[in-house]
Design a protein around this ligand. Structure first.
Ligand SMILES: *Cc1c(COP(=O)(O)O)cnc(C)c1O
Length: 755
C-alpha cells in the first residue's frame, strides 16, 4: 500500500527566475526524481490553513534568505512569521520533519527556539540537490513509517502480503463479490482494501482480540498509555456491549447495584441479564425537559443506604448478606444534554463504599485530552487511583472521536488496594464478544486512540471547543440583530467568553442559576460540556410556562433534515447538536443559515408543500397548511395538555418495584403476560422497558407499576399521534395494533396471579 504524503515547500521564489528560485526548484526536482512528491507554495498566506496540511504532508521545507533576516533583536518579521508558522504546526504535531532552507549566513541568525524544532538546515548550493533530496526523503519516510499504531500496521502488512486465504470470511478477500452483478456493486462501493482487510481471527500475525494477544494487545497497551489508564480493552460491538462486559465482570445475581435513572438501555439490559437488584439515583430535570445532575446528597453512602432500606428486594438482600457492599455504581457521565460530574467529588464520597465505580462516558472520550475538563471525567493524568474501588470508563469511540460505528473502549483504573484480575475480566469479555470480530473496527479503535496522542489530541479537542463557542457566539449575534423579534437560543450560561475557549469555570453550574433551572446544585460538582449544544425554539419558557405562540422542535428538525442538516436528537422545544473532532466551520455555518431560512419561511407562513416537500409527499393532509400555522397547532396541543410538566413529573415520580427486572423478564419468557390496553394500565406491572422518544430515556423498567402520570403521558402520545401523523411521539415498548382502522396501543404487563 502506497500512501500519499507529499513534501511541502514554502518559498517566495518557488516560481521565480532568480538564483534562489532555481535552487529550490532543483531540490524539488531531485525529490521527485527520488520518487517523492512535492507541493510548492510561494507564501505563508493563511498561516493556519497551511499548518492544517501537517496531517497530509510528510515534511516541510521552509525557505528563508539573507535579505529577509534583519539584525533586529527579534530577527525581523521574517523570523516572527517563521516562528508562528512552526508553532502552528507543532501545536498539533511534534514529529513531522521541518527543514529550513537558506544561505549559510542566515543560519547564524535563527533563534534557538526555532532551531530546536528543526530536523535540519539546508544550506543552499552546499551539497548536490540529489544528496539533500535523499536526506529529506529518509527523514520523511521515517516519520510516516512511525505513524501507524501496532494493530493497524500489522493489518496493512497482512493486506499487502497477497496470500491466498482458506479461512473465513467466505468472500475470500472480496473475490466472491466479483461473481455477481450486485456483488460487483458492493465491491466497487466499499473498495478492495476494506474486503482484503476483512480477515478472520485465524490470522496469527494480527494477534487475537479474544485473548488480547499479539498486535491487538500491543495496540490496547498503546491506547491505555494514550488515555493514561491502567488497562484499555477494544470492543467491537459498541458501548452497549462494553457496559454489559463491565457489569458481567463485577455483578452477580441478587447483588445490589446503584444506577443513574438516566441511564442507557444497555445498563438496564445488564441489570436484567445479571439478575441484580437496582437502586436508582434520580437526576433533576428543568422545566424545559432537560436532564440535570443527580444531587450530591444522593451519592452519600447514608442516602444510598436509605434507598436500600426503602426497596423491599434490596432490603432483603442486605439482611441476607449484611457484609456485602453495593457491587457497582453506574453514572451517565455526560448526560444526553451535556452535563458532566466532578469525578473527584464523587470518588471522595464513594471510594470504598461501592466496589466498582463505572462511568458511562459514551459521550465523553475527548475529555481526558484537555485541561478544560480537568477532573470532569473518570480516568486520565489528572485523576488519582482510588484507594479501594475499581474505576471503569466506557467510551463510544465512534460518537466523538474518529471511530467507525461500534468502535468502543473500556478503560480501567485500578485502586491502590488491588489489581484487576484480567482472567476473570476476560470471562465477561468473552461472553459478549463475537468469535468473528470485525477487524476494521479493531483497527479503528487503534487509530482513533493514536490520533489523540498529545499534542494532537489536545489540539483537536481545543478546536472542537472553539468551533462550539464560535457557533454559540454566532447564534447570539444573530439574536442581537433580530432585537425584539424571535430567534433560536443555545442553552448555556448567560455569559460566555468573548473570544477563545475560556475555561472550565465559565461552564460550571452555580446553585440556583436561572439558565440551567436545576435548583441548588452543589458548587463545583457539574459543568456543561460546551461542545454539546441544545438549541431551544420559542414556545416554552425556562419556568415551564408556555408562550402564546410556539415552534415545536419536531417541525424545525424535519425542516432541517430536508435542507441537509440532520440533528442528533429533538425534544419538545429543543434539539441537540454536537461538535465532535470532525466539526468544520462549514457545517455549523450551514446550520445557522438553514435556521435563518426556517425563520424566514415561518414568519411568511409559507405553505408546507413548498417548505417541506418530501414530508408532504408522505403526508398530503398538511399540503396547504402554512408553516407557522402548523407550528402553532402542535404548540397548542402541547400547551393545552401541559406536556412539559407531564414529561418532567413522570420522570421524577417515585416508583416502587413490584419485582426485580430479571423476574419480570422471566415472566415474559413464560408468557405470564396480559397484553393490556392503555386505558386499563393503572396499577399494572410492566414486563417490558418503556422508553419514550424523545428523550430516549427509559421511563418504566420491567417490574415497575404504572402510575397516573405515566398513563397520562401514554394517552397523550396516543391522542397526539392520531391527530398528527408524521409527527408521532414514539414510545418503545408500546405495541401498536390496527383494529377497525384505528391504531390501538397495548403494553405487555405481568399477569396478575389470582390466589
Ligand atoms: C450511545 C450510548 C451507549 C451505547 O453506545 P453504542 O456505542 O451506541 O453501543 C451507552 N451509553 C450511553 C450513555 C450512550 O449514549
Amino acid at each position: 500500500m502506497k500512501f500519499r504524503f507529499p513534501i511541502l515547500i514554502i518559498d517566495e521564489d518557488f516560481r521565480s527566475e532568480n538564483t534562489s528560485g532555481l535552487g529550490i526548484r532543483a531540490l524539488a526536482e531531485a525529490i521527485e526524481g527520488e520518487g517523492g512528491e512535492v507541493i510548492g507554495s510561494t507564501s505563508y498566506r493563511d498561516l493556519s490553513q497551511f499548518a492544517q496540511q501537517q496531517s497530509r504532508a510528510s515534511a516541510f521545507i521552509l525557505s528563508i534568505d539573507d535579505e529577509e533576516v534583519s539584525e533586529a533583536e527579534d530577527g525581523g518579521t521574517a523570523i516572527i512569521r517563521l516562528r508562528e508558522f512552526i508553532q502552528e504546526i507543532r501545536f498539533k504535531n511534534n514529529d513531522i520533519p521541518i527543514f529550513l532552507y537558506g544561505e549559510t549566513r542566515t543560519s547564524a541568525h535563527i533563534p534557538n527556539d526555532i532551531l530546536k524544532e528543526l530536523h535540519g538546515f539546508i544550506h543552499m548550493f552546499e551539497d548536490t540537490p540529489e544528496f539533500v533530496a535523499r536526506h529529506i526523503l529518509r527523514e520523511a519516510r521515517s516519520y510516516t513509517d512511525g505513524l501507524a499504531p501496532p494493530f493497524f500496521r500489522a493489518l496493512l502488512e497482512y493486506a499487502a502480503d497477497g496470500s491466498y486465504s482458506w479461512h473465513c470470511p467466505g468472500h475470500s478477500g472480496g473475490v466472491a463479490f466479483l461473481k455477481s452483478p450486485v456483488g460487483q456493486m458492493f465491491h466497487q462501493f466499499f473498495g478492495e482494501n476494506m474486503l482484503r482487510a476483512d480477515v478472520c481471527n485465524a490470522v496469527e500475525e494480527l494477534g487475537q482480540l479474544l485473548d488480547h494477544s499479539g498486535a491487538v494487545a500491543a495496540s490496547e497497551r498503546n491506547a491505555a498509555r494514550i488515555f493514561e489508564a491502567d488497562h484499555c480493552y477494544f470492543v467491537t460491538n459498541g458501548t452497549s456491549t462494553s457496559n454489559k462486559m463491565v457489569w458481567h465482570s463485577a455483578v452477580a445475581a441478587g447483588d445490589i447495584v446503584v444506577v443513574d435513572r438516566n441511564c442507557h438501555k444497555s445498563i438496564l439490559h445488564a441489570i436484567i441479564m445479571t439478575g441484580a437488584i437496582p437502586i436508582f439515583l434520580t437526576p433533576t430535570r428543568n422545566r424545559i425537559g432537560l436532564i440535570g445532575p443527580i444531587p450530591l446528597e444522593q451519592f452519600r453512602p447514608e442516602s444510598i443506604r436509605a434507598k436500600i432500606e426503602a426497596n423491599p428486594f434490596a432490603r432483603a438482600a442486605l439482611e441476607q448478606h449484611p457484609e456485602r457492599k453495593p457491587r457497582i455504581l453506574t453514572i451517565t457521565q455526560s448526560t444526553y444534554d451535556g452535563i458532566v460530574y466532578n469525578v473527584e467529588m464523587l470518588t471522595d464520597l464513594l471510594d470504598g463504599a461501592i466496589e466498582t465505580l463505572h462511568f458511562d462516558e459514551a459521550w465523553l472520550p475527548h475529555a481526558t485530552f484537555h485541561d478544560f475538563y480537568r477532573n470532569m471525567h473518570a480516568i486520565g493524568r489528572d485523576r488519582d487511583n482510588c484507594d479501594e474501588s475499581m474505576v471503569f470508563a466506557t467510551h463510544s469511540t465512534h460518537k466523538l472521536l474518529a471511530g467507525i460505528s461500534q468502535a468502543s473502549h473500556i478503560l480501567v483504573k485500578e485502586p491502590k488496594a488491588r489489581k484487576l484480575d484480567r482472567h476473570i475480566f476476560n470471562e465477561a469479555y468473552l461472553m459478549h464478544t463475537s468469535t468473528s470480530p470485525q477487524y476494521a473496527i479493531i483497527a479503528s479503535c487503534d487509530v482513533a486512540a493514536a490520533m489523540m496522542e498529545r499534542p494532537a489530541g489536545t489540539a483537536l479537542v481545543e478546536e472542537s471547543i472553539l468551533e462550539a463557542l464560535n457557533f454559540r457566539r454566532a447564534m447570539r449575534k444573530v439574536d442581537a440583530e433580530w432585537g425584539e423579534d424571535w430567534w433560536f437560543q443555545v442553552w448555556g450560561p448567560d455569559e460566555i467568553p468573548a473570544e477563545g475557549i475560556g475555561s472550565q469555570a465559565d461552564w460550571m453550574l452555580q446553585p440556583n442559576e436561572d439558565w440551567h433551572g436545576f435548583g441548588p446544585v452543589a458548587p463545583g460538582l457539574n459543568m456543561l460540556d460546551p461542545i454539546k449544544a441544545t438549541v431551544t425554539t420559542p414556545g416554552l419558557r425556562m419556568d415551564g410556562t408556555f408562550s402564546q405562540t410556539g415552534i415545536p422542535a419536531a417541525i424545525v428538525t424535519r425542516y432541517l433534515a430536508e435542507h441537509g442538516v440532520i440533528v442528533e436528537k429533538a425534544g419538545l422545544y429543543s434539539f441537540f447538536i454536537m461538535f465532535t473532532i470532525g466539526i468544520t466551520k462549514g457545517r455549523w455555518n450551514t446550520l445557522v443559515s438553514a435556521l435563518q431560512q426556517f425563520k424566514d419561511d415561518h414568519d411568511r407562513n409559507l405553505p408546507m408543500w413548498k417548505v417541506l416537500p418530501e414530508f408532504v409527499a408522505k403526508y398530503p393532509r398538511y399540503e396547504r397548511i402554512g408553516l407557522r400555522d402548523m407550528c402553532q397547532s402542535i404548540h397548542e396541543i402541547y400547551r393545552d395538555s401541559d406536556i412539559a410538566r407531564v414529561t418532567s413529573d413522570m420522570y421524577s415520580s417515585e416508583l416502587v418495584p413490584e419485582m426485580t427486572p430479571s423476574e419480570a423478564y422471566d415472566r415474559m419468557i413464560y408468557r405470564e403476560l396480559d397484553r393490556v390496553g392503555i386505558d386499563d394500565l393503572e396499577g399494572r406491572v410492566t414486563a417490558v422497558l418503556l422508553t419514550p422518544y424523545p428523550p430516549g430515556i427509559p421511563l418504566l423498567i420491567p417490574g415497575e407499576r404504572f402510575n397516573r402520570t405515566i398513563i397520562d403521558y401514554v394517552k397523550f402520545a396516543r391522542d397526539f399521534n392520531r391527530r398528527f401523523p408524521g409527527f408521532e411521539t414514539d414510545v418503545h415498548g408500546l405495541i401498536e395494533e390496527e383494529i377497525d382502522g384505528e391504531t390501538v396501543y397495548f403494553v405487555d404487563c405481568v399477569r396478575t396471579r389470582t390466589v
